[in-house]
Ligand binder design. Structure first.
Ligand SMILES: CC(C)(COP(=O)(O)OP(=O)(O)OC[C@H]1O[C@@H](n2cnc3c(N)ncnc32)[C@H](O)[C@@H]1OP(=O)(O)O)[C@@H](O)C(=O)NCCC(=O)NCCS
Length: 145
């Protein structure tokens, strides 16, 4: 399984990825949720893992999308490309009817990424998560088929 978009691709993790994962994920700014993913792919550039994207809470017709990206790669449209690519696969190949994403209110870039990929805003999830010991609101976005 490999999905190409520009110089990047989505592919399964493999042995030997450990150094690039550590290099890119080991940063407080990369607020990676610890959700168990049922489909977990590396965002690959020239053989290195610069981020990750996956589907969790898969249940028949729907799944939740989640992602992270090494800080030095932010702002280049990479996650937008990854979200579009994986969402297309989820809706068209896996035949899901609904893919949704939840972002922290403060994470404007992440909300923008989902909107650019055609996700619609559905509402505010009051105190949906706890961040640094405090409850924080989330924003719910979904794309359906
Ligand atoms: C979400 C994140 C991974 C985005 O990845 P990325 O590859 O840098 O995103 P893209 O470059 O594809 O697109 C970002 C969009 O958000 C916009 N954006 C960036 N910072 C912004 C801000 N502070 N306010 C509003 N919009 C912002 C960018 O301009 C761009 O939109 P545009 O193409 O219309 O100009 C990363 O930037 C980020 O903020 N991470 C924080 C934590 C995180 O990983 N969250 C994931 C939770 S599931």
């Amino acid at each position: 399984m490999e999905f190409k978009f520009g110089p990047y691709s989505l592919r399964p993790f493999r042995r030997g990825d450990e150094p690039s994962i550590v290099e890119n994920i080991n940063d407080r700014k990369v607020e990676r949720g610890k959700k168990q993913t049922q489909l977990n792919l590396a965002i690959n550039l020239d053989g290195a893992v610069i981020g990750g994207i996956g589907l969790s809470a898969m249940n028949g017709h729907r799944a939740e999308i989640g992602y992270w990206l090494g800080v030095k790669y932010w702002g280049r449209g990479i996650v937008s490309g990854a979200v579009k690519t994986l969402t297309r696969y989820a809706l068209n190949e896996l035949k899901l009817r609904r893919v949704y994403g939840k972002v922290f209110v403060v994470n404007k870039a992440s909300a923008r990424v989902l909107q650019k990929a055609g996700y619609k805003y559905e509402g505010r999830l009051v105190k949906d998560a706890v961040k640094h010991g405090r409850p924080v609101d989330g924003l719910l976005f979904a794309k359906t088929r």
